[in-house]
Design a protein around this ligand. Structure first.
Ligand code: C2E
Ligand code: MG
Ligand code: MG
Ligand code: MG
Length: 275
């Protein structure tokens, strides 16, 4: 009986594995089709100064409406795009589109673009950035690349070389999801970054839990002593924003300040100027 049960489980397990692998393969195939057919779009999420409430920039977030399946989260499809190689083509498209869009904005805000670890290992990222800036006419200081700590664990020297070249053009670099990688402090020491983005997991209970608050406070102190601005991600409540203001956080981003989507420029005008 035990053997039969074992066989049944193995069989179930294998079936499960096949099913998962098959799903990933289907997603990979659809991703490649989306690359060819312009199947992606971009959403923008506002970033604001904590002290003044002024808009400092927008982060670009990739959106994919998968035919027959609806919207798929980038958290789900980016890892598959990295695995199947589509991320390079997708990354080129995102950078090009983001720069073109930003160059047409009525106000010269910053635009922050996420870059995958795979792209950071490819020398041609330098050309992609240069071409995107050149073709769009976007001023380099308006572009910021967001890289995660975990995306630079591959060939560190190569990533460092690429980031330095990109910085030399005048583009800035932000460390995304700070605190969730396993070598945060080492990353800070060796990489030429211009902003720290505190991962949104630290925002949970920051207003009520002393431990969370202590960690956020420590990251803010780190930013101050390194003279690097700190942005808090995932700010959802007024209470969280109040804590951040009190603790001297530079910028904030999150559902409270604005959900990702299209930019409503009218919203930015003085109330008296609205149509
Ligand atoms: P991320 O760069 O850390 O982006 C922030 C994510 O948090 C976004 O999820 C955003 O919608 C979500 N978010 C923003 N504010 C709040 C909030 O107040 N509460 C909560 N619960 N969530 C909030 P999204 O758009 O699903 O993207 C997930 C991740 O996918 C991004 O994390 C980024 O790592 C990756 N990603 C998105 N677009 C791109 C891209 O163009 N290229 C690459 N390589 N990765 C991308
Ligand atoms: Mg990001
Ligand atoms: Mg993040
Ligand atoms: Mg994140």
């Amino acid at each position: 009986r035990a053997k039969a049960e074992f066989d049944r489980r193995i069989c179930y397990y294998e079936h499960d594995m096949d099913e998962q692998a098959r799903q990933r393969r289907d997603i990979a195939r659809d991703l490649w089709t989306a690359v060819e057919n312009n199947g992606f779009s971009l959403a923008y999420q506002v970033q604001k100064s904590v002290a003044s409430g002024e808009i400092t920039g927008y982060e670009v977030l990739l959106r994919w409406n998968r035919p027959g399946h609806g919207n798929v989260s980038p958290a789900e499809f980016i890892p598959i795009a990295e695995e199947c190689g589509a991320i390079s083509a997708i990354g080129v498209w995102v950078l090009k589109m983001a720069c073109l869009e930003a160059a047409s904005w009525p106000e010269p805000c910053k635009i922050a673009v996420n870059v995958s670890g795979i792209q950071l290992a490819q020398i041609d990222l330098i050309d992609t950035v240069r071409n995107s800036l050149f073709m769009s006419g976007l001023a380099p200081h308006r572009l910021e690349l967001e890289v995660t700590e975990t995306s630079i664990i591959g060939d560190k020297n190569r990533a460092l070389h690429i980031l330095r070249q990109i910085k030399a053009m005048g583009v800035s670099i932000a460390i995304d999801d700070f605190g969730t990688g396993y070598s945060s402090l080492d990353t800070l020491r060796s990489f030429p970054f211009d902003k720290i983005k505190i991962d949104r997991s630290f925002m949970n209970e920051v207003e009520s839990d002393e431990q969370s608050k202590a960690i956020v406070r420590a990251i803010l102190a780190l930013g101050r002593s390194l003279s690097v601005p700190v942005l808090a991600e995932g700010v959802e409540t007024r209470e969280q924003l109040d804590v951040l203001r009190k603790e001297g956080c530079t910028e904030a981003q999150g559902f409270l300040l604005g959900r990702p989507g299209a930019i409503d420029w009218n919203d930015r005008l003085e109330p008296g100027l609205r149509a």
